[in-house]
Design a protein around this ligand. Structure first.
Ligand code: ARG
Length: 467
């Protein structure tokens, strides 16, 4: 045996040693090391249950539990050495346990396989990570809420096809990025539920022959229920796909916010000013002020999609039961969650310190934004909408021909388009009146937007209270 086989977990069966090219391929410690706390947590629960069920002497169980606690303190203090000889985190913890308690450590793996162990560890890690990412998302929402409050009195063009459509409150635009994140958090709650099913006690494939209480294990480890089929449980990574799907959607939502910020902070728009802390300059062009926070956020979305794709591909047509391919799941999950944890706080900070530029936004509001309101004016005077649409279309064409704004057309020109136009049509040329007219729930009137903010505030409050 070579040094790379030292401490291998299957030593009895093998005579030859592992080929040097196989050794690095086989290792996963550099990736799964970050589950060390979860591995110890799972092992402590398992050791206790082994003792309670009388599978091992209770005093040995106690020794294992105390030993694992010492291992935890040791890793906390010293970390995991980069040159640790172990194949994965499970082997490492067991080796350190042996160093702490001696041969009793060899009892810990009774009735357990790394297959149900790793499935359990990753779920434990995932449940913690989901809570953390959800709180990061909530922080971006708080920042958007603040931006919305700053934009209540700012009227801006609402875009469709990236062409000016109708006026809206800037608050409404900010909140349009709030609600997708609220759905994301609801989705994360569902993923938390999927992750909360305990695989431990499934063994390698066929279950556990000792009288372990799996429900008690679930409760001890914070799972809400136990898996129903050992063969399914050890290779079920559906919750990983769900988590990565949720991560992709968060990424998509952030990328759309990012795209708006890139556009709105450009010279051409200048609707939004991003603070220095989230912008960069150019090494060549002294005037440059680049919205890097938004570009990097937009760019990261690719990695999230990549993580989801790699796990879906990994699972496709995998034979029933555990297969070593599954070892690849962790790097995908960690990479995705790391990306979110990097991006979300920066986005929150950028949004929190962003300012609207009402002067620039005001200058950009084109009179044509009120064309729909002119049609609505005619509708209120009994004109069928299609006819009203046509009449206003003629006015827009006329204004284009004359190179003037809609409101600069004469009364006679209005009359020529439709005799339902009266002098009070001039009242329509009021952006504020236009947004105020849209007063249904979900609309742009002050009352509707304030109601929207109230619902949002209540959602954030529920989060703060941990509901
Ligand atoms: N490192 C492995 C993984 O991440 C642990 C399970 C190994 N199981 C096995 N039968 N070789 O999936």
């Amino acid at each position: 045996m070579t040094s790379s086989d030292k401490g291998a977990l299957w030593g009895g069966r093998f005579e030859g040693s592992m080929d040097p090219t196989m050794v690095p391929l086989n290792l996963s410690l550099d990736v799964d090391r970050r589950m060390w706390r979860h591995d110890i947590r799972g092992s402590i629960a398992w050791a206790r249950e082994l003792g309670r069920a009388g599978v091992i002497p209770p005093s040995d169980a106690e020794t294992l539990v105390h030993g694992l606690e010492r291992v935890e303190r040791r890793i906390e203090a010293q970390g995991i050495p980069v040159d640790a000889p172990d194949e994965d985190i499970h082997a490492l913890i067991e080796r350190l346990l042996g160093e702490e308690v001696g041969p009793v450590a060899r009892r810990l793996h009774t009735g357990r396989s790394r297959n149900d162990q790793v499935a359990t560890d990753l779920r434990l890690w995932g449940m913690d990570a989901i809570a953390a990412v959800s709180s990061d998302v909530a922080d971006v929402q708080r920042a958007l809420f603040g931006l919305a409050e700053r934009g209540m009195d700012v009227l801006m063009p609402g875009y469709t096809h990236l062409q000016q459509g109708q006026p809206i409150r800037a608050a409404h635009w900010a909140m349009a990025h709030f609600w997708p994140l609220e759905r994301d958090r609801a989705r994360l709650d569902l993923v938390l539920d999927s992750a909360g099913v305990l695989p431990l006690g499934s063994g390698a494939v066929a279950g556990c022959p000792f009288p372990m209480d799996r429900r008690a294990l679930a409760t001890a480890l914070g799972f809400h229920s136990i898996s129903e089929n050992s063969l399914d449980a050890i290779s079920d990574r559906d919750w990983v796909v769900e988590l990565l799907t949720a991560a992709v959607l968060i990424g998509l939502h952030l990328s759309r916010l990012a795209e708006d910020l890139v556009l709105f902070s450009s010279k051409e728009f200048s609707f939004v000013h991003l603070s220095d802390g989230f912008s960069t300059g150019s090494s060549l062009m002294p005037q440059k002020r680049n919205p890097d926070v938004a570009e990097l956020t937009r760019g990261r979305t690719g990695r999230l999609v990549g993580s989801l794709m790699s796990v879906i591909t990994l699972l496709k047509a995998l034979p029933t039961g555990y297969n070593r391919d599954l070892q690849e799941d962790k790097s995908a999950v960690f990479q995705a969650l790391d990306s979110l944890h990097l991006v979300l706080p920066a986005v929150a900070g950028a949004v929190r310190t962003a300012e609207f530029r009402p002067d620039r936004i005001h200058d950009a509001l084109a009179g044509e934004l009120l064309a729909t309101d002119l049609a609505d004016y005619l509708v209120r005077r009994g004109v069928p909408f299609r006819d009203a649409h046509e009449a206003v279309g003629q006015l827009v064409r006329r204004a284009e021909e004359r190179g003037c704004a809609l409101e600069d057309l004469s009364d006679a020109e209005f009359r020529r388009a439709s005799d339902a136009f009266q002098p009070d049509v001039r009242d329509v040329f009021d952006m504020e009146a236009s947004v105020e007219a849209r007063d249904l729930p979900g609309g742009t009137s002050r009352r509707a937007v304030e109601e929207q903010l109230e619902v949002a505030r209540a959602a954030l409050r529920r989060t703060d209270e941990g509901a």
